[in-house]
Design a binder for this molecule. Sequence first.
Ligand code: HEC
Length: 488
Amino acid sequence: MYFTIGGRRVQSGLYRVTYVGEESTTPVAKVAKTFGNGQEPTLLASSATARKSRHELEAFHGRQDPNAVKVAWPHLSNNDRFIRWAARVAIEHQPVETWADKALTESDSKIQVEALLALARVAGVCPQHRTDSSPPVDTQMRDKLLAAVLAIDLPKLDATSQLTVQRTLQIILTRFGRPDDATVQKLTVALAPLFPAESFELNWLLCETLGWLQSPTVAAKAMALIDAAPTQEEQVQYARSIRLLKAGWNDELQTAYFEWFLKAANYRGGASFAKFIEFIRNDAVASLSDAQKDSLKEVLAKKPVQKSALENLGAIFKGRPETNWTLDELSQAARTDLKQRDFRNGRKMFAAAGCFACHRFRNQGGMTGPDLTTAGRRYSSHDLLDQVVNPSKVINDQFSAVTVVTDEGLVHTGVVVNLGGDRLTLNTDLTDPNKRVNIDRNSIEELIASKTSPMPAGLFNRMTKDEILDLTAYLISGGDAGHEYFQK
Ligand code: HEC
């Protein structure tokens, strides 16, 4: 098949990549070479030491050794998660009675959270793997583990240990089952003040556990987080975690929850995405009492109004006048005013302007356009703004649209997402990865590379200059709230 690019006919070779140039293409022989370009030699030394430690710990995997626990234990608080992991697995392979008490009574909480995770994993059987011949659930061990977790001063833990202890708690609860009401009460009292936390990852775990514990405060907090969350990933996660929650609701919160499902019906994801949203909603409806179903009948009966992702996203700017921002104006502002920016607002604007609909950023958002996580390292603020103000000036050819004319006279425009056998697949709306057309390659009369970017122009038009600068700072910082642009 032939493409027409810039008036030339080019044979397609989509899967064959050849390098033409002067640089050497011999494989890099040693790690030392990659780090050798003037970078600090300590980097090499420390990574070599770290690798050696990890290999020593891995030597205990799958093998009992009287020294293993002693050697591995201090590494449970190593800052390198791969070493922590290797140490924990080394310990898990040793007879549990030789280290269970040590885990339960450890006084260094950074070590203890990992040790308790090991103990929960070894002493508890995953419900899916339980068979008739499995021993009964060791409820004494469950109570000891939970008492040890409750004895930890949770707010004092660092961010990593916070995540570990919350994960540990989930493993204890799934493997050993629900404890008595008094313990549930104690857990709820200990966890509720931690939620909401600063990070999404921690909120994810806390919302799940508190939802499962039927904490009476989680419904209101989760709904507030859904309302403030800039990405659909975060919203879906909270909505999923409270679907079986029966405590702490009132009419207003429940109405907001079911209104959210109407909005989420317009979110886009993989092929089964809509089904998953439906499953979550079904569970949420099944958790309602008859009286609740009756008082919510209006919102429950509503059908989602289908809108394109961009129409939906622009909603917060509705009714605002349009400004035709020029590159010069914005670039000038960026030169002087990329300081004391508002990180949260930058992220909110990145979502509101629709960027997440097509772009991945720090593992969230769509994947139909290029990942922008490192765009700030590759572009100046001027060039980034140029990409948004004038998307068609320079088009990344991996994502450029083509227009296909078939022998029946049909015209399709989109980005090629698949090419195999006789079939060419185009994604015709980048805000929806499922909008695809398949075209028989033998029916293609003409294939023209588009000179217009699939990224729409004018995305900044309803935003204020400050909002645009917050967004720009967010983008250039790579999503790092500690970046100098956000320092007050
Ligand atoms: C409808 C999908 C879509 C939306 C919405 C969208 N983009 Fe894009 N964007 C693309 C595509 C596709 C490309 C690659 C083609 C090109 O270079 O024009 C791109 C390219 C870019 C690039 C250049 C990236 C690179 O690696 O070369 C930047 C920067 C960018 N977009 C920023 C944004 C920002 C900021 C927003 C929100 C204000 C946004 N985009 C909204 C689809 C979109």
